[in-house]
Design a protein around this ligand. Structure first.
Ligand SMILES: C[S@@+](CC[C@H](N)C(=O)[O-])C[C@H]1O[C@@H](n2cnc3c(N)ncnc32)[C@H](O)[C@@H]1O
Length: 251
């Protein structure tokens, strides 16, 4: 064997370095791809939401919540945060938007959106299917947008919402009306629910209906109509030592 045919001796350090280099390169490649996808999705969401602004009537929804500077407001079932981000302005720097959801990933995504847009009065809040895990008497208003039809434990959620509201608290619910006669079990599949059903649920949960607009949105891009309901926690007047007091009913 001449010198040119001599085998290069096995050098473990060389292979370890090469493997590390490939691993790093792959991590950077996958990482930048994930970051790129996330950024694209974030930008795409802004575009979709700008289109939604044309038909969703967000200002009227926010007006119904009657928010004041420093209020705490919950966006229950916040999804990607269409309303959470809009609620940030009317309550000011001293207020708090509690973006409540049941999916960690969606909440993380919304957190990124809030940071990117400099909305520092938003906090992410993980709830359960039957319990939004809100502190009692801690919030001024709750919004449930396009989410009620998904509830599998509506009475339990409404009970917790009522307990979380301060005595003057407001609950606003918007959702899609059924196109035809609705079978109750179809609400989740069809993503729609009648306002009559929700009013009945609210009364059962000790809410008082303040306002109900059955044709709040006449037709969305899917040609469906939406309703809006404003409700208050039912309160009883009672007196202690001749002084009138108001108590939010807790069952
Ligand atoms: C169609 S999205 C609407 C999102 C958002 N509210 C909006 O208007 O864009 C419905 C959301 O409700 C959430 N959801 C379903 N059941 C829920 C529950 N019991 N509590 C909180 N969120 C719930 C889903 O995870 C989903 O994010």
């Amino acid at each position: 064997m001449n010198s040119t045919q001599e085998k290069v001796p096995f050098r473990p350090k060389y292979w370890v370095t090469l493997a590390l280099f490939v691993a790093c390169a792959l991590t950077i490649l996958i990482g930048s791809n994930v970051a790129y996808q996330a950024l694209t999705t974030l930008n795409q969401l802004d575009v979709t939401e700008a289109e939604r602004d044309h038909w969703q009537r967000p200002s009227e929804v926010i007006q119904a919540l009657d928010l004041k500077d420093g209020d705490s407001v919950v966006d229950l079932g916040c999804g990607s945060g269409y309303f959470s981000l809009k609620l940030s302005d009317p309550i000011g720097r001293n207020g708090r938007v509690i973006a409540e959801g049941i999916r960690r990933l969606s909440l993380t995504f919304l957190w990124m959106r809030a940071v990117r847009k400099g909305r520092h009065n938003l906090s992410m809040h993980l709830g359960d299917l039957d319990d939004s895990r809100l502190r009692p008497s801690s919030v001024n208003a709750v919004l449930i947008s396009n989410t009620y039809h998904e509830f599998t434990a509506a009475q339990s959620i409404l009970d917790h919402v009522r307990q979380s509201l301060v005595p003057s608290g407001r609950l606003v619910i918007i959702d899609r009306s059924p196109k035809g006669v609705q079978v109750q079990a179809s609400a989740q599949q069809e993503h729609e629910i009648s306002s009559g059903q929700v009013v009945a649920d609210l009364r059962q949960a000790n809410f008082v209906i303040g306002n109900r607009t059955d044709r709040f949105i006449e037709s969305d891009p899917e040609n469906e109509s939406w309703w809006m309901i404003l409700a208050h926690a039912h309160r009883t007047r009672f007196s202690i030592d001749g002084v009138d007091r108001i108590r939010t009913n807790a069952r």
